[in-house]
Design a protein around this ligand. Structure first.
Ligand code: MG
Length: 283
């Protein structure tokens, strides 16, 4: 297998078989999955899920946590509802994330991922210390399962993320770098951000977006890979410069036929760029 295999973000619901079939057809050999709900994380379901991915010859690289009550309706709603930052749901979501870590271990996956929420830019904000404490608890639980914890980028600037990593001070805390999120949330130029936090990047989303008129106040727009402001060639070139080795996981946050078409085009674009930059052909 090449050092930068393609990946897809796969949701394990009723459409799973079709998604696995599409991924196999496109020679996608890795996947990040969204953790199934607690009611599905049984021994029987876990075994069935493992077998489906093994049969499709797709290796799961990260299990992502999603939490009840989260909403991406607009940026203020994201601030209010996402991840481990909102205090009212913090402890129940920490429990849920721990369960997902245990589920990922049973699936033989060595990383969990999540949007931790908007980390305060001001280190004297009392929430900042609380978020450090909860991140440490989750990292320590994951470490007992021999896993890393990947934080998805986008909701804070790269300098804030860098400081947060130093303050949490856990060897298994890592970054899932999503360049499009930096644009969607208006949290900074993605390439410069990648250069700054590169040492922590252990997985990436290949996603594209165009800037909003008023970045940070309103959403940018997610678009097919190569059609946005990320500059995919420069993104992959920068991944090479920081020494990133790992999957290139395509994320396209729409559904249905259009999603499948865009992913197929994304695969073609990434295959040609991987060959150009790393000299590796898809296998
Ligand atoms: Mg993403």
């Amino acid at each position: 297998m090449r050092t930068h295999p393609l990946g897809a973000f796969i949701i394990c619901d009723d459409g799973l078989d079709l998604r696995l079939h599409t991924a196999t057809r496109l020679s996608i050999s890795t996947a990040q999955i969204l953790a199934p709900p607690a009611t599905h994380r049984t021994a029987e379901y876990t075994k069935m899920l493992k077998e489906k991915f093994e049969h499709a010859d797709i290796r799961i690289t990260v299990v992502f946590c999603g939490f009840a009550g989260e909403s991406y309706a607009d940026i203020p709603t994201v601030k209010r509802t996402i991840g481990l930052v909102p205090e009212a749901t913090r402890s129940e979501r920490l429990d849920e994330a721990r369960h997902i870590s245990d589920f990922a271990k049973k699936m033989d996956v060595d990383a969990i991922g999540l949007h931790i929420g908007f980390i305060p830019e001001d280190k004297d904000d009392p929430v900042y210390a609380d978020v450090i404490a909860v991140a440490r608890e989750l990292c320590d639980h994951a470490a007992r399962n021999n896993q890393r914890v990947h934080l998805e980028t986008g909701q804070e600037t790269a300098p804030t993320l860098l400081r947060f990593f130093k303050d949490v001070n856990r060897a298994n805390l890592a970054i899932n770098f999503d360049p499009a999120n930096m644009i969607l949330y208006g949290s900074g130029e993605p390439i410069a951000a990648l250069q700054l936090v590169g040492q922590y990047v252990k997985s990436v989303h290949c996603k594209d977006a165009v800037w909003a008129k008023n970045p940070g106040l309103e959403w940018g727009e997610e678009v097919p890979l190569g059609a946005g402001d990320v500059n995919m060639e420069l993104f992959l070139q920068t991944l090479k410069e920081i020494g990133y080795v790992g999957p290139l996981t395509i994320e396209r946050e729409i559904s249905g036929e259009e999603q499948a078409k865009d992913i197929e085009k994304g695969v073609r674009l990434l295959n040609s760029l991987v060959e150009k930059i790393w000299g590796e052909k898809n296998d």
